[in-house]
Design a protein around this ligand. Structure first.
Ligand code: ZN
Length: 204
């Protein structure tokens, strides 16, 4: 997920593109590889991804590449299908404050175990749908269970921007984009813009 522009409640996400903590993290992973991010429309972004069968070193390397790719973009979440890997994992870090340490998270085979009735509306964006933002309403708080890179089960509660980001990324694993939560007209308008962007990039 890409945070919104500095207007809505989530506006702070993009204000500082490369906070110090994030730079340290990127330096730490300087040997990792930036992966290219698929741009909508792409059939791989519409697939239901397969569960990860084992937390192998290859999955660890993929997760580290995805974190570096996400920080570099910059974004606050990135799902495996966005880099063309149709497996159920995503990474996220919604820490916005320069003075707070980065909190990179890797969620493998994530599942929602509880959602609040209270909802929240954020202006969402997506690294696969560059420079397009729209308000999406989702449960304000969710509990998720997942496998960590340690191979162990984890469960935790996410609130506010973290909850929105986790749900946005989980959607990706089921072939759903944030624009699928919008009306048909708006979705088609954004899709046409992305088709134009892809044509322009192909010519460049
Ligand atoms: Zn996204």
């Amino acid at each position: 997920m890409r945070g919104s522009l500095p207007s809505g409640a989530a506006g702070a996400t993009l204000k500082r593109a490369h906070p110090v903590a994030k730079r340290i993290w990127i330096a730490y992973f300087s040997l990792m590889t930036l992966r290219s991010i698929l741009i909508h429309p792409d059939p791989r972004l519409k697939k239901v991804c397969e569960p990860v069968s084992a937390v192998t070193p290859e999955i660890g390397a993929l997760a580290e590449d995805m974190l570096q790719t996400m920080y570099d973009a910059p974004g606050i979440g990135l799902a495996a299908p966005q880099v063309g890997v149709l497996q159920r994992l995503f990474v996220m870090d919604c820490v916005k404050d320069d003075d707070v340490a980065a909190r990179p998270m890797v969620l493998i085979n994530p599942e929602i175990t509880w959602t609040s009735e209270e909802t929240n509306t954020y202006e969402e964006g997506c690294l696969s749908i560059p420079d397009q933002y729209a308000e999406v309403t989702r449960p304000k708080t969710v509990r998720m269970a997942w496998l960590g890179l340690d191979g162990k089960s984890h469960e935790d509660e996410f609130d506010a921007l973290w909850a929105t980001c986790a749900q946005h990324e989980l959607d990706h694993l089921n072939g759903t984009l944030f624009i699928d939560h919008l009306g048909r007209m708006k979705r088609q308008m954004i899709t046409r813009r992305m088709e134009k962007l892809k044509r322009e990039r192909a010519r460049a």
